[in-house]
Design a protein around this ligand. Structure first.
Ligand SMILES: CC(C)(COP(=O)(O)OP(=O)(O)OC[C@H]1O[C@@H](n2cnc3c(N)ncnc32)[C@H](O)[C@@H]1OP(=O)(O)O)[C@@H](O)C(=O)NCCC(=O)NCCS
Length: 213
């Protein structure tokens, strides 16, 4: 069995490690994290070095998962690790449901009690967090994070790097533009353009485009 290297030893990295162990697919786990000087181990797994050092450990750890919250950074580090020869596996907790007709991109993680239903498509580096659901025929771009307990109804399209906050809901058939943030507990009942933050019930724009500063 291979080893799994997790890039990012924060809270999300811990959850990735425990989900990966629960699958029984990896016999050993280690982290790389730029705070390695202050972190010798996390959950009993060693922190071997910084993220730039990852390739040194590829012989023992052939697979890698990037556990970095910022989606654009996560995707960038994934591309680098892939070019260095790492496999970018799916990590699906055994208590999650992933439909056999769903398609998940490299490096996507699906945590405990989450569900991904029929014909959903999720891009690279996705996170379907604890107890979240992505329903039938959804199309999620790369780097999308559906936070714990958030629900995305059927036929929804989420652009790259969308962040659906904890406990939020997105009504069926809507489109949420790339890089947008949906606040905790929001009910999204109309389309959301690119790069804005929406919150509330019903959700309204509370911050403009990220590129406006
Ligand atoms: C939406 C969010 C990203 C906004 O964060 P922010 O840009 O720092 O915004 P601020 O905290 O400056 O809040 C701006 C205004 O929006 C309101 N607001 C913020 N989040 C809100 C939410 N989820 N629902 C309703 N109103 C919200 C604030 O009360 C504030 O209102 P005011 O101007 O009347 O005082 C953040 O509040 C949020 O909900 N994050 C989700 C966190 C999460 O899901 N974590 C899970 C990690 S796995």
């Amino acid at each position: 069995m291979k080893g799994l290297l997790i890039a990012g030893a924060g809270g999300h990295g811990k959850v990735v490690a425990e989900a990966a162990l629960a699958t029984g697919r990896w016999e050993r786990i280690a982290f790389v994290d730029d705070r390695h000087a202050q972190l010798s181990d996390v959950l009993g797994h060693p922190v071997l070095g910084g993220i730039d050092d990852a390739s040194r450990f590829r012989a023992e750890y052939a697979d890698a998962v990037v556990a970095i919250g910022n989606a654009r950074v996560r995707l960038h580090v994934m591309d680098r690790l892939k070019s260095e020869g790492f496999g970018l596996p799916l990590v699906i907790h055994p208590s999650a449901w992933v439909s056999p007709s769903a398609v998940l991109g490299d490096g996507t993680v699906v945590f405990a009690m989450a569900a991904v239903n029929a014909c959903a498509v999720i891009g690279r580096g996705g996170i379907v967090n604890t107890g979240a659901t992505v329903d039938h025929d959804c199309r999620l771009g790369d780097g999308v994070h559906v936070c714990p307990g958030a629900h995305v109804a059927g036929d929804v399209v989420l652009g790259d790097a969308v962040w659906v906050g904890i406990g939020a809901s997105v009504v069926n058939g809507l489109h949420v533009g790339a890089d947008s943030i949906i606040g905790a507990g929001a009910a999204v009942v109309s389309n959301v353009e690119d790069g804005v933050t929406v919150a509330g019930v019903p959700a309204k724009v509370i911050k403009g485009h990220v590129w406006d500063g």
